[in-house]
Design a protein around this ligand. Structure first.
Ligand code: WQD
Length: 332
């Protein structure tokens, strides 16, 4: 069974390609390397000892997409490709709407023209906005506070309308919480090109002495230690959730939404102290003002993914912190 993975050279995309290949699927990747590097493709081959087809290019390019579907008997698609930096989206909203929406519309049109109607979509817990109750269930109210999150919510709406117009589609919308860590081989991981927005890649760069100290964005939140609480999930667990979703879209038609999280929330200081302990390294930090738009706490109710996909995250926070740093040590 051949799976097209858009953005397959990216952080979550590359880990998912590894799991797909290890599970016996054939894979085709399209990626424009806007937030990844060609080296990742070699690392995927080294980890899995398997090959796959690769097309360099943009998912907005319908001519390229048609070429891919003409040349490959694609069964299903996992759509990761898209810009995902919240702060950047506030500064450059049109770039985010153009890229994330346009690429998805192009992909869906070409899929339909080739009668390929099985899709796993990479969404985000950011569509829940500031949750009214915790843990968050899939039927919680949806709202967004930044253009990046709005593109995800808009695409979820496009997918819902597409299914209503043609119920032969089979769509799994996966809402990620906070993916961190790296493949245990240390050959692939999270390697943002500039100063990281997210917590774990920033901690890793401080530990590696590339950055001076971590700024903890506020310690006056309504949480056990005052710092922000999130549901961190190991990227390998998250990737395995996509295999379950591919199985689901190949079993039934319909559109279904799933939270991919652990159900456990950890604070910023929980992460810092765990990272220091498991890696036996210092991570200097200072408490600063809150980051605008941040919320106190956010963690998933993972029950639906367990009941309907048979998905459950298994990696511990210790493993997430160890694997995140191991990736840097292996790629110095
Ligand atoms: C986590 C916690 C910060 C950096 C974002 C996107 C979401 C998804 C994941 C794409 C918060 C604190 C962070 C730092 C800090 N991305 N923090 N110092 O904001 O939960 O989610 O990334 O899908 O869509 O919204 O993740 O890692 O930025 O922050 O104190 O230098 O760490 O305040 O409490 P977030 P994050």
């Amino acid at each position: 069974m051949k799976i097209l993975v858009t953005g397959g050279a990216g952080f979550i995309g590359s880990h998912t390609v590894v799991e797909l290949l290890d599970s016996g699927y054939e894979v085709v990747i399209i990626d424009n390397f806007s937030n990844s590097s060609p080296k990742v493709l070699d690392s995927i081959k080294e980890i899995t000892n398997k090959d796959f087809k690769f097309y360099e290019g943009d998912v907005c390019d319908k001519q390229l997409l048609n070429k891919i579907f003409d040349e490959n008997d694609i069964n299903s698609v996992i759509h990761f490709a898209g810009f995902k930096a919240v702060g950047e989206s506030v500064k450059k909203p049109l770039m985010y709407y153009r890229n994330n929406i346009d690429s998805t519309l192009s992909l869906l049109e070409v899929m339909g023209e080739h009668n390929v109607k099985k899709l796993v979509f990479s969404s985000s817990a950011t569509v829940y906005g500031k949750p009214k109750e915790l843990p968050i269930k899939e039927d919680a109210s949806l709202s967004t506070t930044n253009p990046y999150g709005s593109t995800k919510l808009m695409i979820e709406g496009i997918l819902k309308d597409l299914y209503i117009s043609d119920n032969s589609w089979s769509i799994a919308v996966l809402r990620y919480f906070n993916p961190i860590g790296a493949h245990p081989t240390g050959l692939i991981g999270e390697n943002p090109k500039d100063i990281p927005n997210n917590l774990m890649p920033y901690i890793v760069k401080v530990a590696n002495k590339e950055l001076k100290e971590l700024s903890v964005f506020g310690n006056d939140y309504d949480t056990h230690d005052g710092t922000g609480v999130r549901d961190y999930i190991h990227v390998v667990d998250l990737s395995r959730g996509h295999i379950k979703a591919i199985e689901k879209v190949n079993k039934d038609t319909g559109i279904n939404y799933y939270n991919l999280g652990t159900g456990t929330g950890y604070s910023v200081l929980d992460i810092v102290e765990t990272f220091k302990r498991v890696n036996n390294i210092d991570v200097p930090y200072k408490i600063v003002d809150r980051r605008p738009g941040d919320i106190d706490a956010c963690f998933a109710d993972p029950t639906k993914a367990l009941n309907e996909l048979g998905f459950k995250a298994t990696h511990t926070l210790d493993e997430m912190c160890k694997d995140a740093y191991n990736y840097v040590l292996k790629n110095k």
